[in-house]
Write a protein that binds this ligand. Sequence first.
Ligand code: NAD
Ligand code: IPM
Ligand code: MN
Length: 351
Amino acid sequence: MSTKLAVIAGDGIGPEVVREALKVLDAVEGVYHPQVTVEMLPYGADHFLATGETLPPAEMRRLGQDVDAILVGALGDPRVPGNEHARDILLGMRFQLDLYVNERPARLFDARLTPLKGKRPSDIDLMIFRENTEGLYVAVGGTFKHGTPDEIAIAEELNTRKGVERIIRYAFAWAAARGKTKVTMADKANAIPAHALWRRVFEAVGSEHPEIRRETRYIDALAMDLVRTPEAFEVIVTGNLFGDILSDLASALVGGLGLAPSANRNPSGVTMYEPVHGSAPPLAGKDVANPMAAILTLAMMLTDRGAAAAGAAVERAVREAIAHGVGTPDVGGTLGTRAVGDWIAERVRRG
Ligand code: NAD
Ligand code: IPM
Ligand code: MN
């Protein structure tokens, strides 16, 4: 299967980590021939500041129709304090390409990486399914009497039956296909009556999978237990904002954002791949950002695109790097972004 991959390297450390992921893709191509053609797109803060353009509508359509996969570095730049370009590009793709599944795994590769006492790799292996097209992210609402003492700012949380059902359905199907034994849903139905919809749908869809245990948890207590007993979680399904927060928390349990990959999926369309982390402006241009999240994101893409051996080889190379103490400072290493990318690429090249 050949793959047309569009790349938006974006802002801050985005281009630095994407460069290393593409270096590893180059190495993969010499060994596994996954037939990926790469097209670099210019969108991001520089382009926005120079042209006023975020992601043009025609380009958005093309991404939805003519491209198999999209790789994003990160978007967000202090020169755009309102973040409008990032919302247009990143949330724009999620909403307009209907990428309703945000899949964010957290797996502990090495006991040294977790800040939790006594936890082993087998204790932390979970998947977060974050609803990616609704919730508090829809920008329904507005402000009134802006800048006055009577200012009002309203953000509505959108939960549709269709939207809630499809992400819950996806999570159960994913769990069933992998022999998982439990799916946990995080909500705040005790304070937000609208979340009762999530509970009803979870019950209805979950009962179609009698072999999988269902657990509903309030987000606050779940966040606590994720730290205390991560081994109790296999699959977590939740709304957009809670999923955003939980995925950064989960990354911290397994070594941090520098190791956290993700996929934004429209199961009947294109998938957008990105590390969970942002543009980390203080790290940009210093060759210190960890490229492993971007490289593991590439591995997800390769596996999805039918190049499972290549995806597995890339992941194995990252695991070996960690095992050898090869890494950037955030994971206790002493190397720079480029050197870590070189090491992993070389490891892949050797097959
Ligand atoms: P961030 O993820 O950029 O950084 C959070 C912390 O993690 C910082 O301490 C940073 O140094 C560290 N970190 C992140 N990635 C790292 C890496 N690869 N290697 C080593 N350390 C890493 O989040 P933030 O600081 O809240 O946001 C910065 C900008 O990024 C903002 O504009 C935000 O909106 C944007 N952002 C974009 C995305 C995205 O494009 N998907 C995701 C999150 C944040
Ligand atoms: C993420 C990011 C984005 C989000 C921001 C940049 C809008 O934090 O991908 O996790 O909140 O979804
Ligand atoms: Mn986030």
